[in-house]
Design a protein around this ligand. Structure first.
Ligand code: PLP
Length: 407
């Protein structure tokens, strides 16, 4: 039986509180999502029962913890429909995953004069690691532009990709504009010219079912904390044949087969990319979060979030002087906006005093801000646990602030 929103909200204890004496309205889900009890309790239970370092122990607890960790890998494999469990690498998060690929793939396949393509709407996490790689290898970073609506201009891709292009890195969903990119089409286009593609799924993984086989993505990355799991854990999915070809990112325990001062050999996948003690408790909690999402169901999530997005968009359009950035036809439940004569930061601070949590600033996407000729925006991002009443509070808050500044 589908839970009601009231029941769902009870799964997230943090939502039921007051800040500054006002009911909390949490609309900063794009930055990080709140955690259901199932996830919170999973971590607590591990520390109370089987906590022990994985892979290296001969004792009972270590075996139990190793099993739980490896089962978590299989759960995530199924969650994104990967072919093999060893294609799932546990990392610290999306940023860590992208840095891993930028280093390892870059070491193996990128040379002087080669090209990497990113898009104009990327988070800094999907720009800077590629820039660092380009600096290291004297390679060239190229940028796929976007339209005024905040959609990628896919037709420009054909000219952008050349025989020198080694990889294309694009976000599945923009953390600022909410745009859902046609990544399957992009991947198809790139593959026609033998260019592998990394998809940053940080803002996509929580909104709809991801099927990496159907997408045919070469790499797909995301962070746990944005999908109702703890911080400090994330995923790098990579096609097995590619992961096998690229060298390890970090050296240390767990990623080796045999170590001597003369020569070290590396462990098989996925351990080759998991140096040191990983966040094994977080990995199990991440798997629990994926089970929680599936228990709510993507169909319900999509329906609820689309309703919230449409409701908020309609209401915002009635606010005098309010401009929405990102008007793509396909959007997830993220709205970036500005109100005439009001600095984003002032709006954010004043909404906060009303108990409403939104994010303000460049959202780690300064090149995108430059594209629109602005310094920053206010961003409201909705989860399926948000309500229309909360959106009403947001709109009332914006109206009050607008009147203070403009009337
Ligand atoms: N990519 C996108 C689209 C994001 O929204 C974020 C976080 O806001 C990241 C990457 C980086 O995620 P993390 O800081 O969890 O590594």
């Amino acid at each position: 039986m589908q839970k009601s929103i009231d029941e769902i909200r009870k799964d997230f204890p943090i939502l039921n509180q007051k800040v500054y004496g006002k009911p909390l309205v949490y609309l900063d889900n794009g930055a990080t999502s709140q955690k259901p009890l199932l996830v919170i309790n999973a971590e607590k239970e591990i520390y109370e029962t089987i906590n022990s370092n994985i892979h290296r122990g001969v004792h009972f607890l270590s075996g139990e913890m190793t099993n739980a960790y490896e089962n978590a890998r299989t759960t995530i494999q199924k969650f994104i429909n990967a072919k093999f469990s060893e294609e799932i690498i546990f990392t610290k998060g999306a940023t860590d995953s992208i840095n891993l690929v930028a280093f390892s793939f870059g070491e193996q396949f990128v040379n002087e004069g080669d090209e990497i393509i990113v898009t104009e709407m990327e988070h800094h996490a999907n720009i800077v690691p590629w820039q660092m790689l380009c600096q290291r290898k004297k390679a060239i970073l190229k940028v796929l532009p976007i339209s005024d609506e905040g959609e990628l201009i896919i037709s420009k891709l054909d000219n952008l990709i050349t025989s020198k292009t080694r990889l294309l890195a694009a976000t599945h969903t923009s953390n600022v504009l909410g745009t859902i990119n046609p990544v399957k089409e992009i991947i198809e286009k790139a593959h026609k010219q033998n260019v592998p593609v990394l998809i940053d799924g940080s803002q996509a993984i929580l909104h709809s079912k991801i099927d990496v086989i159907d997408l045919n993505a070469d790499f797909y990355v995301f962070s746990g904390h944005k999908m109702y799991a703890p911080t400090g854990i994330g995923i790098l999915y990579g096609k097995k044949e590619l992961l096998e070809k690229i060298p390890p990112y970090q050296g240390g325990g767990d990623m080796v087969d045999n170590v001597s001062f003369e020569k070290t050999t590396y462990a098989e996948l996925p351990f080759k990319f998991e140096a040191g003690t990983s966040n094994f408790v977080g990995a199990v909690a991440l798997a629990k979060a994926s089970e929680y999402i599936e228990s709510i169901g993507f169909e319900f999530i999509k329906k609820q979030e689309t309703e919230l997005l449409n409701y908020a968009t309609e209401k915002m359009q009635t606010v005098k002087g309010l401009k929405i950035y990102g008007t793509s036809k396909k959007k997830c439940s993220i709205i970036s906006f500005l109100v005439e004569n009001i600095h984003a930061y002032d709006m954010g601070l004043m909404l906060d005093k009303m108990g409403i949590a939104v994010r303000t600033g460049s959202h780690c996407a300064q090149p995108l801000m430059k594209r629109f000729g602005i310094e920053g925006t206010i961003r409201a991002s909705f989860s399926f646990y948000n309500t229309k009443d909360e959106i009403d509070s947001l709109i009332q808050g914006i109206e009050r602030i607008r009147k203070m500044f403009n009337d």
